[in-house]
Design a protein around this ligand. Sequence first.
Ligand code: ADP
Ligand code: MG
Length: 237
Amino acid sequence: MRGTEPYLVVDGLMKHYGDGEARVQVLDGITTKIMRGEVCVMLGPSGSGKSTFLNLIGGLEDADGGHVSVGGCELTALGARELGEYRRRELGFVFQFYNLVPDLTIRENIEVTAHLSDSPLPLEDLLRSLGLWEHRDKFPRQVSGGQQQRCAIGRALVKNPGLILCDEPTGALDYKTSKEVLELMERVNREYGCTVVMVTHNAAIAGMADRVLRLRDGRLVEDQVNEAPLSAAELDW
Ligand code: ADP
Ligand code: MG
């Protein structure tokens, strides 16, 4: 559901870890423009810098150089407080291993972030839409991996963020459950209009992307608009 307005603008992004002989240049000048409403899939082998890229976009780590702006707001110029505000309002994160709070129910895991927004999504509608209404009072350990990931997507979504960052969201799931989660992400993008950046090492997932980015050794070796993306249901691997 690509718009025409640049939303996530990344310019010359640099990041290294370590010093001297242990120095690793993890991101080496990443430049791209992602439009509002796009589903962007970033591919790349393990260790190529995908998680680091998401963490920088998400303001979880500081860049060494370059610029990131989201919806016209220059992240690299924000102080700690404004950055926290950006993370709470504008951003949802989905991780490979769900990172749910074990002592909170499915409903509570989603509810905890709702108050961060002035306009949270109605909880019952969201739980129903995620297929979690019947499971709302269970704890994470009492539901399947796919249901836990749907809950994590709900937690990211409930504050109605402009941007959802997903790091290997299907990495711990089997084929069928992965497809269900991808179909949910597709629906989330359509219904709520949020821009999605999804990192994966599964090249087949790129079929559903409006834009495909490919990272190798900290450099973008591909930045390709896909005019006719497949629906998530059509993906096969
Ligand atoms: P990917 O997500 O594509 O597998 P990462 O972004 O996690 O790649 O890591 C890229 C490189 O940066 C790897 O070589 C990794 O070992 C290194 N790296 C990641 N985080 C750190 C860290 N906190 N300290 C030192 N090196 C790190
Ligand atoms: Mg990673």
